[in-house]
Design a protein around this ligand. Structure first.
Ligand SMILES: Cc1cc2nc3c(=O)[nH]c(=O)nc-3n(C[C@H](O)[C@H](O)[C@H](O)COP(=O)(O)O)c2cc1C
Length: 487
C-alpha cells in the first residue's frame, strides 16, 4: 500500500504548500484530516474562532440557503488550498483523485477527499513543477503595477489554466473595467460609512417593507436584521481582521501597499476610510501614490453557484494565479462588490436590492433594469440562480450568463527592486490524524532533511530555466525566507 501520509514529515510536505493559498482576509478557513496512509481530507475549519482565525465553524453555514459573503469566499479559499495540495501530491509522483463534497448531508464540513491513486506513479511534468514553484512566489501584490499591459498570450494562459478547473476567467475591458472600479470604490465607501448602523440601534433603519417576499428559502426572513445591520456587522468583522496579528491570521497593515491617489483605486481600502490601523504604516501621509493608468481586471465565473462551484472557483483561481506568478505577473483582488451583493441577497433573497441612506456615496445600483436580461434567473424559484443573478447584475447587462465569483487585477510589478518583500504570515495548521483512536493532532515535525522524495523529475524549466526536482522538494519543505508561518 502507498504511504504518502505515513508520518508527520510527509503530511507536512503536502499541507505546507496548501497553507500558502490565498484566503479571504487571510482567515485560512481550512483544516486537514488524515484518514488512511493514502487518503487526506480537506475540511472547513472546525475551530471555535478563539484561535484568532476569525472564521470559526462554518460548515453548516455553507449549506444554509441564503449565505452571507463568508461561506462562499471561505469555500473559494479552500479550493485554492486544494489546488496547492494536489500539486504537492504530484511532486511526490502520485496522482490525487479528488472528490468534492463527498457527503454533503452527513458531513457538511468535509469539503474534499484526496485519495492517492494506487499503482500510478509518474514524474511531474514541467508545467506542474513550474506551478508548484510558483506557490512560494505568489502573493497578493497591492502595490502599483507598471503601465505596460500584460501580454495577451499570458492572459490567455491564465484563462486556459482556469478553464482546466471549470472556471471561466475573462478580462474586463473598457466600460466593464471602469464600472468595476466604480462599484468597488462605492462598496469601499459604503462599508466605511456603515460604522454606526448596528451599535446605535439603527437596525433596519430603512425598513424591510417591500423587500422580503415569502419564498421557500427565506423561512427565517422575519428574524433577519436587515441590510443596514448586516453591513455594519460586516464592517466590524473586517476591521477586526485588518492589522498586524500575532496569531498568524488577518491582514497585516504592512501588506496593504501605498494609498492610491485616485478616487477609483484598483486596490481595496482595508483601512475603511483611514479609520483602521492608523495610517503611517501604509503610507497614509502625503498625497498618495499613482497606480497604473488602466488597471487590468479579470473576472472569474462558474457555471452555477452552489458550494461545489465555489470549490471549483478556488481551484481555477489558484491555477490562474500560479500561472501568472510563474510568468512574472503580479496579482491582487477586488472582490468587495461581490461581497456586498452576497449581503444584499441575504437581506433580500428575492431581488438582492441594495439600499443606502440618502447622501451616502456608496450605491451599487441593484437591480439596475429589472426588465432587461436574465428574467428567468431573476424570477427563478431556485435561490442559487437568483443569488448568481444578483452578483452578475453588478456589471450591468453583460454578454455572459455564468456566475461571477472573483475579480483579480493583473500587472507587472512597477519597481520590483524597490518594493519591500512583505509576505502575509500563516498560522499553524489544524491537522488531525484519524488513524489513531482517539484521533490526535499532528504537530509540526522539527526541521530536518527533506521528506522521502518521489520520482526525480528532469531539471530545468523551459520557461523559467530554474533548477530541477531535488531543489523543488527542498523548497517545498523549507520555503524561501522561512515565511511560511507566523514570524
Ligand atoms: C476569496 C478571496 C477574496 C479576497 N478578497 C480580497 C480583496 O478584496 N482585496 C484584497 O486586497 N485581497 C483580497 N484577497 C486576498 C487575501 O487578503 C490574501 O490572500 C491573504 O491576505 C493572504 O495573503 P497572500 O495572498 O499574499 O498570501 C482575497 C482572497 C480570497 C481567497
Amino acid at each position: 500500500m502507498l504511504k504518502p501520509f505515513g508520518d508527520a514529515r510527509s503530511i507536512y510536505h503536502v499541507v505546507e504548500p496548501a497553507l500558502r493559498a490565498p484566503s479571504v482576509y487571510n482567515t485560512q478557513p481550512w483544516s486537514f484530516r488524515i484518514i488512511a496512509d493514502d487518503r487526506i481530507e480537506l475540511r472547513a475549519s472546525d475551530g471555535d474562532g478563539d484561535d484568532g482565525s476569525g472564521c470559526g465553524r462554518w460548515d453548516l453555514l455553507l449549506h444554509a440557503p441564503a449565505p452571507g459573503p463568508w461561506p462562499r469566499e471561505y469555500a473559494i479559499s479552500c479550493g485554492a488550498a486544494l489546488m496547492n495540495l494536489r500539486l504537492a501530491v504530484r511532486m511526490l509522483g502520485h496522482d490525487p483523485v479528488i472528490s468534492l463534497l463527498p457527503d454533503p448531508a452527513g458531513d457538511p464540513g468535509l469539503l474534499a477527499s484526496v485519495q492517492i491513486a494506487a499503482g500510478r506513479v509518474h514524474k511531474p511534468g514541467s508545467l506542474e513543477r513550474e506551478l508548484y514553484d510558483a506557490i512560494w512566489q505568489r502573493h497578493t501584490d497591492r502595490w502599483p503595477f507598471s503601465d505596460t499591459p500584460v501580454r495577451p498570450g499570458i492572459l490567455a494562459e491564465m484563462e486556459q489554466a482556469a478553464a482546466r478547473e471549470h472556471g471561466w476567467l475573462r478580462p474586463l475591458h473598457g466600460t466593464f473595467a471602469r464600472r468595476w472600479l466604480k462599484v468597488a470604490a462605492d462598496a469601499d465607501a459604503a462599508i466605511a460609512a456603515a460604522r454606526d448602523g448596528w451599535e446605535s440601534g439603527r437596525q433596519d433603519a430603512l425598513g424591510r417593507a417591500g423587500t422580503v417576499a415569502a419564498t421557500g428559502d427565506d423561512a427565517a426572513g422575519a428574524d433577519r436584521p436587515g441590510y443596514d445591520a448586516l453591513l455594519s456587522q460586516f464592517r466590524a468583522e473586517l476591521a477586526q481582521r485588518t492589522g498586524d496579528s500575532d496569531s498568524g491570521s488577518g491582514i497585516p497593515l504592512a501588506t496593504l501597499g501605498p494609498r492610491p491617489a485616485t478616487a477609483k483605486p484598483p486596490v481595496r481600502d482595508f483601512t475603511l476610510g483611514g479609520t483602521v490601523g492608523g495610517g503611517t504604516e501604509r503610507g497614509e501621509v502625503g498625497p498618495g501614490e499613482r497606480f497604473e493608468r488602466h488597471p487590468q481586471l479579470m473576472m472569474l465565473f462558474t457555471d452555477r453557484d452552489d458550494p461545489a462551484d465555489w470549490l471549483r472557483a478556488g481551484q481555477a483561481l489558484q491555477r490562474a494565479l500560479l500561472t501568472a506568478a510563474s510568468l512574472g505577473v503580479s496579482t491582487s483582488f477586488l472582490t468587495q462588490p461581490l461581497e456586498l451583493a452576497d449581503l444584499a441577497f441575504r437581506d433580500d433573497p428575492q431581488h438582492g436590492r441594495v439600499r443606502h441612506p440618502p447622501g451616502l456615496a456608496g450605491h451599487l445600483g441593484l437591480p439596475l433594469h429589472p426588465h432587461t436580461v436574465d428574467a428567468s434567473q431573476r424570477n427563478s424559484s431556485s435561490p442559487v440562480d437568483r443569488r448568481g443573478y444578483v452578483r452578475r447584475r453588478l456589471l450591468g447587462a453583460t454578454p455572459w450568463l455564468e456566475v461571477p465569483q472573483m475579480v483579480i487585477r493583473v500587472g507587472y510589478p512597477r519597481d520590483p527592486a524597490g518594493k519591500p518583500d512583505i509576505r502575509t504570515p500563516r498560522r499553524e495548521p489544524d491537522i488531525t490524524d484519524a488513524r489513531s483512536d482517539p484521533p490526535v493532532r499532528v504537530a509540526r515535525p522539527p526541521a530536518g532533511p527533506c521528506p522521502p522524495a518521489g520520482p526525480r523529475p528532469p531539471g530545468g524549466s523551459p520557461r523559467t530555466g530554474q533548477a530541477g526536482a531535488g531543489d523543488r522538494l527542498e523548497t517545498a519543505w523549507r520555503p524561501p525566507g522561512g515565511r511560511h508561518h507566523s514570524s
